[in-house]
Structure formats: C-alpha cells, structure tokens
Write a protein that binds this ligand. Sequence first.
Ligand code: GUN
Length: 290
Amino acid sequence: MAAKILDGKEVAAVVRADVKRRVDALRESRGVQPGLAAILVGEDPASIVYVRNKRRACEKVGIRSWLFELPSATPEENLLNVIDELNAEPEVHGILVQLPLPDHIDTRHVIERIAPKKDVDGFHPENYGLLASGRPRFVPCTPLGIQRILEHYEIPTSGKHVVIVGRSNLVGKPLGLLLLQRGKYADATVTICHSRTANLGAITRTADILVAAVGRPKLVTRDMVQPGSVVIDVGINRVDGQLVGDVDFPSVSEIAAAITPVPGGVGPMTVAMLLHNTVVAAERSVAKGE
Ligand code: GUN
C-alpha cells in the first residue's frame, strides 16, 4: 500500500494561522508588532531565495521584517556591529543571519553575538544548552517543524525508535535532543547516524521513524527502510534542475506507512516555525517589559 503523504504545506498553513492570531492579539492588546531582522551576506542564490521566502512569509502574517544585505567581502567586525545595533533595537524581536557565511567570517563568532533572547534560529550555544538540559527556549526551526508534523498527524513518538541520519548542528543534533525530551511528541529512543556509522542500513531498518538529513540525493533506499515505518526527508538537493530529497521517494513510498515529500514536506515547516519563534520572542519581550 502506498504511504500516506505528510503534507508540510498544510501543516505550515495551520501554524501560520496560529501565528497570525497571536500577531493580531499583540497588536490589539499591547500595540506591538513583532519584527524580524534578516541579514544576508553575499550573493549565494539559494540563500537569496530562502531569505526572500522568509520575508514574504513574515508579511503574510503581519510580522514586520527588515533585510540587511551586506557584500560578500564585508569584514567580520562590520557584521558584528550590525548585530550589536539590532540587539539594542527594541522593535526587533528576532534576528536571523542566513547561513552559510563567506569563508573569511567565523560563523561561531556571529551566532554567539546574537542576543540569545532574539535568537529565533535557536543556534546560540545558550539556547542549545537550554534544549540539551531540558528547558528549551528557542528550538531550531527545522527540528521544531518536524516535531510539529508528527503532532499534526498524531504519529506517536513515545518509546519509538527514531533514527536520524545526519549529525548537523542545524538539524540532526537538535532534533535528537528535542525528541529525547520528556513529554508529548517526544520521549523517543534516539539514534543519530552519520558518515562514519558502520552498517548504516542495519540501523535504519530498526527505525520506527527514520529521518534523513544529510544532503545526499537518494541516500535512503528501499532496502534501508522498515516496512510500515514513518520516513521524514529533510534533504533539499538540486539534481538536473529538479528538487529532490535524501530519500528515494518512488521506491520508499511503496513500503513506508507515511512519508514527507520534497518539495512540500519539511521545507515549508522551517519557514513557518521561524514565524512561530518570532511571535514567541515578541510575546516574551512584552511580558517581561524588555
Ligand atoms: N541556512 C540553511 N538553513 C538555515 C536556517 O534554518 N537558518 C539560517 N539562518 N540559515 C540557514
């Protein structure tokens, strides 16, 4: 039987509707409009598209957005100065520095310069540490979006074996931490695999929920998937002008119980959860009078 398609566009629309309600409520009750500042360094074509999509999504739900476009040769110090100014600007509730950055800029310095309370990407070590210690503040958008898809489709995770292929700081590692938390749509048994993992297929075949987040087209083939499992594809790869994931969709979708498509799966959720984190940042700043 063909797998159920987990429609990220549909879930993202539900999230956006919730965000819009909260944006309206903040405006009406406190006269505050949530604001997100995006910084783009250089002219990476994919990054330009991502940032444009994020800003459009902001507009649709009533979040104010600013874009700071800096040339690729911008010295690190100048970028850090822009971040300092945005940290001090009360109308900016969230700051997003689009990654990757040019080679001469140390990404760690940049991420660590963002005020943790405005770090809507959830990449600052303080927010990472809070997630790891079981008190999440801002959770990175892609892991949060994956959890939201599981919640929307009522896919239980408690006691389930979640196998994540990919150990990136943006997706694999924080997703593992998130699903390890105590609570609903968490409480999972988590295995994180990576490029040095021995017998990858033997491990992925034990997954109740298999997440592919490595950026290699068709890495996950049918023989690596347990029939009846749930497959989440985080990959965004361009092959011959087509967008494909990390999962060989045609063959895997024949045996999985449910699967996210590419495009239209996890991708739209990443943007939706950025809006979510931004309105949460604004709500917190109002509540604390910051
Ligand atoms: N580059 C790829 N994904 C992301 C993301 O989620 N946030 C930022 N800031 N840059 C990215």
